[in-house]
Design a protein around this ligand. Structure first.
Ligand code: ADP
Ligand code: MG
Length: 358
């Protein structure tokens, strides 16, 4: 089975309101899939259809080999769910909660004992098995939730914001656990607003906006795409045309031409990349040479020899900057750039839809 989940024009309408709009999504088997989107985008609705809590209005989905419309009971056996709000019984112990879940799936007494022990060891919560759930910390509750959701050995585990509100250390423990579950063969669907978490854990990311899939790829390719999208080619061409116009006609006298030029520069500056370099023998003449480069919009030298620059988002720009420094015998001891983050991707694809009014 190549895909753990495949949706086919999956659609949900609440009355006239289209919450999920002909969604076609594929999640590779045994991968970690990050499901992102602004509030109200349709994530929970999609997950509810995939976990057979609600029926699609039209379209369907295949989950772990079964159709959600035709075989919901089979699907339910194949999936586990860790909901956003912990749905455990506070007045029962961690172990009693797990037992209750095992009973729900009709496990025999022996199997029940064995699985609970194994899972509690896997997620490292056995030490607290006899504590009442309401006395556990947020992270411990999440672990009990994970045990409960895995008791019937599902292929696919849905996690809805599993680390929200947890402290950094506990978050890291859960991340390790998610990775471990994936290593042991589970497909993971991770709904999260934590871009770092998604970037680090997920093999593929789907960003949904207003019920539509706005982006789908690996985190790295999505980030690379931002660079390419913002990239120089189009703007450089326009720059060239403007330059030709300026040099070869009298259009440069017209004030609207200057306005246009100004706004183009603004657009280019908005897409600028931040680069910071440490140059051990930084000196004024070197800075003056750098200032002459048309690719550099802003340059801030620091006492320490570090220079922060905002440079045009084109490969030529980086080359030109390095070339100038080296030509002036500069000793570069470190370079760092602020590359696009998944957050940038999120902001871009989700606002684009708003602008287009889709
Ligand atoms: N039961 C419902 N009845 C009517 N509208 C709903 C219902 N559930 C969700 N919606 C609407 O559908 C849209 C998608 O909601 P949801 O899937 O919960 O978004 P997300 O989980 O991405 O925040 C929202 O506009 C929400 O108000
Ligand atoms: Mg939701």
């Amino acid at each position: 089975m190549k895909y753990a989940i495949e949706t086919f024009d999956l659609t949900k309408k609440y009355g006239d309101f289209l919450a999920v709009d002909e969604l076609n999504l594929k999640v590779e088997d045994k991968s970690i899939f990050g499901f992102l989107g602004p509030n109200g985008a349709g994530k929970t609705t999609t997950i509810k259809m995939l976990t057979c809590l609600i029926q699609p209005t039209s379209g369907t989905a295949n989950v772990s080999g079964y159709d959600v419309v035709d075989h919901p009971n089979e699907v339910r056996q194949k999936i586990g769910m860790v909901p956003q709000l912990v749905s455990l019984y506070g007045d029962l112990t961690a172990r009693e909660n797990a037992e209750l879940c095992a009973d729900y799936y009709g496990l025999s007494e022996d199997l029940k004992e064995e699985r609970i022990n194994d899972l509690m060891e896997l997620v490292d919560i056995k030490y607290a098995q006899n504590k009442l759930v309401r006395q556990l910390s947020g992270g411990q509750k999440q672990k009990v939730s994970v045990v409960a959701s895995l008791i019937h050995q599902p292929d696919i585990l849905f996690l809805d914001e599993p680390t929200i509100g947890l402290d950094p250390t506990t978050k890291a423990v859960l991340w390790e656990l998610i990775q471990e579950l994936n290593d042991t063969g589970h497909t993971i669907i991770l709904c999260s607003h934590d871009m770092y978490e998604v970037d680090m854990l997920c093999d593929h990311v789907g960003i949904i906006d207003k019920g539509l899939l706005a982006a789908y790829d690996t985190p790295q390719r999505l980030k690379d795409e931002i660079l390419e999208d913002n990239g120089s080619t189009t703007r450089m061409n326009i720059s060239k045309i403007m330059k030709d116009l300026e040099e070869n006609s009298n259009v440069a006298q017209v004030s609207s031409f200057h306005k246009l030029k100004g706004s183009m520069l603004e657009a280019e500056i908005a897409n600028a990349r931040e680069v910071s370099m440490k140059i051990d023998n930084l000196c004024d003449p070197m800075i003056q040479e750098l200032e002459k480069l048309p690719f550099i919009f802003e340059i801030t030298p620091h006492q320490s020899g570090r220079v922060s620059m905002k440079i045009s988002n084109s490969p030529d720009a980086v080359t030109a900057v390095l070339h100038t420094i080296i030509k002036n015998d500069g000793d570069i001891s470190s370079i760092s750039t602020k590359d696009p983050s998944l957050e940038d991707v999120f902001t871009k694809v989700t606002t684009r839809h708003e602008v287009e009014g889709e």
